[in-house]
Design a protein around this ligand. Structure first.
Ligand code: PLO
Length: 516
């Protein structure tokens, strides 16, 4: 066959076009089918051998970036997990593709804690979950931020903490602050949820301290039984402890819940449980809401959610306060600067209030730095991809677990100069008159659909407790005592080891009191 010279250019164009489309096709298919680098993995045990070593998981996962890059995958038993260590991919998961990654994995320990995921934090994404979260959000807004009664409750608890510190310092004692901080924070949550509170030595409170620690020690910390569910068949000390602690917690919650149901009235809303009960009843009367799926919003759901609010409200805020005190003891110059700011802006005549927040930037910067350097939940709770999707150039299959390593985000040396050193001033603006967030690699409360519901409440508490105590006391260890250990014990929350504090009344405060 002979081709005329006039058809040649046309054919060349056609060939070029075909080649170009092939290249584009090849490139895009390569792009979306690219898998994140894999840690070595063996049948049954998955990547477990690569995860053994002296470091806690969040630190190990951060270090593995050097070899595998910021986003890599591994296998925990039969589960494929993608580990995300950089803020761009973290935000893609939490914000840009928040809905696709809104799932939660079923785990043996969290199923025990939450009656198979009937709560909000560990519950999987569904219409019931969305409705449930919406009513809890509404109820928290009603009783949460901006509520003067809540501010009064926190201030009263902070004052009673100061009274205890005065008593112990008067007899030269140093003190493990943990139970007292827990009681103060518990009372805030108790008032919010149940309009009740605990006094020192209350046996119910002691029981709560005990069961809650048992739960923190055993739940959702990548324990073997969560990785290999079949291990439940064998005797397991941790699982037994968890079940025991959960049953005590459930009795306590059930008692409060039953009392509320008995005394419920449509006309008064005393607390969060009343608000939740009302929302549940409204939903039951509203046929549209009944399409929520099997069971709708059951009593179990409400009970488990109150358990979440209670557990999260107490364990997280107490832990941050303990970290804050530990770091303040290590950095007396930071404490001094907060106290100077308090003396200047609040004075000694009155206790600090929420309205002082804007005029105490250094204290607020210190709180931000504590939340950066020791994030409460360094690996958050794992997410699950609800459909085939991608993270950056990597393809992600439906059902893959995604873990955001907040520890890596908060200790990224490219984002935070000297990431391991405690420097509150990094959160101040250039003339130190206000606050700033110097890096996008900062998500202490998470982001997106599953952002922490208690963020506003936590911030109120951290501010009021720390300002009230530091206005009156300088915190230190007794001469010769060790400084608090800053390493932390990994679990569903990263807790500091126990330490003892001595609270020295500030001379200016004492002088002021003797004048009054
Ligand atoms: C803390 C111990 C309690 O007894 C039960 C409980 C409930 C909710 C959990 C909380 C614990 C730990 C912190 C969690 C919270 C839900 C959201 C929060 C995991 C286990 C965080 C940091 O994500």
């Amino acid at each position: 066959m002979c081709l005329s010279t006039s058809t040649m250019p046309f054919l060349w164009c056609l060939c070029a076009l075909v080649l170009l489309s092939l290249a584009v096709l090849l490139w895009t298919s390569r792009r979306t089918s690219l898998e994140p680098p894999y840690l070595p993995s063996l049948p049954v045990i998955g990547s477990l051998l690569s995860l053994m070593g002296p470091h806690p998981p969040h630190v190990l996962f951060k270090e593995l970036q050097a070899k595998y890059g910021a986003t890599y995958s591994l296998k925990l038993g039969s589960h494929k997990v993608i580990m995300v260590n950089h803020h761009t991919h973290a935000k893609e998961v939490l914000l840009k593709k928040g809905k696709v990654f809104a799932g939660r994995p079923r785990m043996v320990t969290t199923d025990v804690l939450t009656r198979n995921g009937k709560d909000i934090a560990f519950g999987d994404y569904s219409a019931t979950w969305r409705f449930h979260r919406r009513i809890v959000h509404g109820a928290l807004c009603m009783f949460g931020e901006g509520s003067t009664s809540l501010e009064n409750i926190i201030c009263a608890e902070a004052q009673s903490l100061c009274t205890l510190l005065s008593e112990t310092s008067a007899v030269g004692l140093s003190l493990d602050l943990s139970p007292e901080l827990t009681r103060a924070v518990t009372n805030v949550i108790c008032t919010l949820c149940f309009h009740s509170s605990y006094s020192r030595g209350d046996p119910e409170f002691e029981a709560m301290l005990h069961y809650s620690q048992g739960i923190v020690d055993t739940v959702a910390k990548d324990s073997l039984v969560d990785i290999f569910p079949w291990l439940q068949m064998f005797p397991n000390k941790d699982l037994r402890l968890l079940k025991h602690c959960v049953s005590i917690r459930d009795q306590l919650l059930q008692k409060k819940y039953d009392e509320h149901k008995r005394d419920y009235s449509d006309h008064v809303q005393r607390d969060l449980v009343d608000a939740l009960l009302r929302a549940k009843r409204n939903a039951e009367n509203n046929t549209a809401e009944l399409s929520l799926g099997p069971g709708g919003l059951s009593d179990d759901h409400l009970l488990m959610t109150v358990g979440d609010i209670f557990g999260a409200g107490v364990e997280t805020t107490t832990t941050v306060l303990k970290w804050a005190v530990a770091y303040l003891i290590h950095h007396p110059q930071v404490q001094k600067r907060i106290q100077e700011e308090l003396d200047q802006k609040v004075g000694l005549e009155r206790a600090p209030q929420l309205m002082d927040r804007g005029s105490l930037p250094y204290l607020e910067a210190t709180i931000r730095e504590v939340l950066r350097i020791r994030p409460v939940a360094p690996l958050f709770i794992p997410h699950v991809a609800l459909s085939d999707t991608s993270i950056g150039d990597f393809s992600v299959m439906k059902g893959t677990r995604v873990v955001i390593n907040l520890w890596s985000l908060h200790h990224d040396p490219k984002e935070w100069p000297n990431p391991d050193s405690f420097e509150p001033a990094r959160f101040l603006n250039s003339d130190a008159s206000g606050l700033s967030i110097p890096s996008p690699s900062y998500l202490p409360f998470g982001a997106g659909l599953r952002v922490c519901l208690g963020e506003a409440l936590a911030k109120m508490e951290l501010f009021l407790f720390l300002s009230t105590v530091l206005q009156r006391f300088t915190l230190a260890v007794r001469p010769g005592d060790p400084l608090p250990n800053l390493e932390g014990k990994f679990g569903v929350v990263l807790q500091p080891a126990k330490y003892f504090v001595s609270a020295l009344p500030r001379p200016c405060w004492d002088r002021q009191k003797s004048l009054n």
